[in-house]
Design a protein around this ligand. Structure first.
Ligand code: UFG
Length: 324
């Protein structure tokens, strides 16, 4: 199949393109390289441009037929979104509308959307798809707005979509060809690994006063390859005539920030100093997925569910870029 991938120079997109290409699919990538890395683009045809450029979108869709679109291009920092909401609504919402409108105009029907656990109201229990939507930050709200638009576009224009609500994507390609590399880095596991590799002196823990056993926030970490696998299954489902749907993707196991720190110390063998700080704006206490539906309807089975595995693959990547 021929797939348009947006945001491929970023963390998830770069792994997705590797997976699609290794399975023999044709991939065209649209990325403005504003937050990704050109050298993360290892396969496929790269078109450098942004989703605000509707002329470019028109040209791209009129030039060749696509079986589907996987849309990764977005801003993803929860904390930043609280302070710069316009940036998030403009890119994550308005630019996505441009993409959807171009798809509708050119008759491309199948859309896989990178959504997030941040759309949900907090919960003490694993979160199912029907759980109330109550985003705690503009990032989550921008994603939930798109999900709602997709329902309307489905009814009105026949655009089919699968929304994949990622919990915490982590890990890296086991061969360390690509990995997580935000600039500046803001995510827990890569930050801790930068401390372990000596690229950073310490890491701040945002809040030890949450109502959890050790006082730090709890998240459900999911290996990037398991996440990408779910995208392939979701697109196959749509191409087989399946209906639009939404799935929560996580392992169903919550780890506190402190437990992740301990795991990084264990995997790397480095002391990894941390400094306690105040809570970060927009953070939920606990986000754990119930992915029963994805397992049942997509046949999705995570192959790298173990946190040790996830951190080990991320560590191999960190050692590659830190040249250790
Ligand atoms: N954390 C720290 N110190 C840091 C960075 C993070 O203590 O320097 C903590 C955060 O407060 C949070 C946890 O580590 O409790 C995980 O934070 P990340 O920034 O790694 O990830 P988030 O949970 O904020 O967000 C990620 C993705 C979102 C997604 C969300 C869903 O970036 O796209 O997971 O759980 F929506």
């Amino acid at each position: 199949m021929r797939v348009l991938v947006t945001g491929r120079a970023g963390y998830i997109g770069s792994h997705m393109v590797l997976m699609l290409s290794s399975q023999g699919h044709d991939v065209v990538v649209l990325d403005d390289l504003s937050s990704g890395h050109a050298d993360a683009v290892l396969n496929g045809q790269l078109v450098v441009g942004g989703l605000e450029d509707t002329t470019l979108l028109d040209y791209l869709f009129s030039e060749q037929p696509f079986d589907g679109v996987m849309h990764f291009a977005s801003f993803i920092q929860v904390g930043e979104s609280v302070h710069k909401p316009a940036k998030y609504y403009r890119n994550n919402f308005t630019n996505t509308l441009n993409l959807l409108d171009a798809m509708v105009k050119h008759g491309v029907k199948n859309f896989i959307f990178s959504s997030t656990a941040a759309i949900f109201e907090e919960s003490d229990k694993p979160i199912q798809e029907a759980h109330p939507k109550q985003p705690m930050n503009p990032y989550g709200r921008s994603k939930w707005m798109v999900e709602q638009v997709l329902q309307d576009y489905g009814h009105a224009y026949g655009l089919k979509s699968v929304c994949l609500r990622y919990f915490n994507a982590a890990g890296a390609d086991p061969e360390a060809r690509v990995g997580e590399r935000h600039d500046p880095e803001s995510h827990l596991i890569p930050l801790l690994l930068q401390v372990a590799s000596g690229r950073r002196r310490s890491m701040q823990i945002f809040g030890r006063d949450y109502p959890t056993p050790d006082g730090t926030c709890i998240r459900d970490y999911i290996h990037i390859l398991d996440l990408c696998e779910a995208h392939l299954l979701a697109l196959a489902q749509l191409l087989d005539g399946g209906d639009s749907d939404a799935y929560n993707l996580g392992n169903g196991n919550g780890f506190s920030v402190q437990e992740v720190v301990d795991m990084v110390r264990k995997v790397t063998g480095h002391p990894v100093p941390v400094v306690d700080n105040l809570r970060r704006a927009g953070d939920a206490t606990r986000l754990i997925a119930d992915s029963t539906l994805a397992r049942k309807k997509l046949g999705w089975v995570p192959a790298y569910a173990d946190l040790h595995n996830i951190v080990s693959d991320a560590w191999r990547w960190e050692k590659t870029i830190a040249r250790l």
